[in-house]
Design a protein around this ligand. Structure first.
Ligand SMILES: [Zn+2]
Length: 144
């Protein structure tokens, strides 16, 4: 999955939680679930990284840095950090530690439509809606 939906969908889902720790744990689990969905990926790591930092900034400033929304988004983003680490790089004979970053568990095939993958445009659309849902009337705790 692209990194942006991991951040945005999780931020929206994070609003269902009251404790940041629980939201963070759910965020990591949600990363695995989203990775299982058949999807296309982009290999523009720097652009994705920058976009996600902006998203996290938006979520952090709207909902607060101690909010479940922010920490659920963090839980969704952190597993993908290993995608750019040299010591988990399969090209260097290393293994990714996160289960859905290895072949059989990444982007499962739909049995009756083996070519089907969620396109980048759809992922972006869902992300934008989720970002609105995540930040709509979200205020840092204790402010106004
Ligand atoms: Zn991932």
């Amino acid at each position: 999955m692209m990194l942006v939906p991991h951040a945005c969908v999780n931020a929206a889902a994070g609003r269902l939680f009251s404790k940041p720790v629980a939201a963070f744990a759910a965020g990591v689990v949600s990363h695995a679930i989203l990775d299982l969905v058949p999807h296309k990926d982009v290999s523009a790591h720097k652009a994705e990284g920058l976009l996600v930092l902006i998203m996290l900034g938006l979520i952090g400033t709207s909902c607060g840095l101690k909010s479940p929304a922010f920490w659920c988004a963090m839980g969704g983003v952190l597993p993908d950090v290993e995608q750019v680490l040299p010591w988990t790089d399969p090209k260097r004979g290393r293994h990714r530690w996160f289960p859905t970053h290895n072949r059989p568990f990444h982007s499962l095939q739909v049995p009756w439509a083996p070519e089907y993958r969620v396109r980048l445009l759809a992922q972006t659309g869902v992300s934008m809606m989720a970002l609105v849902a995540a930040t709509y009337r979200c205020r840092p705790a204790g402010s106004g």
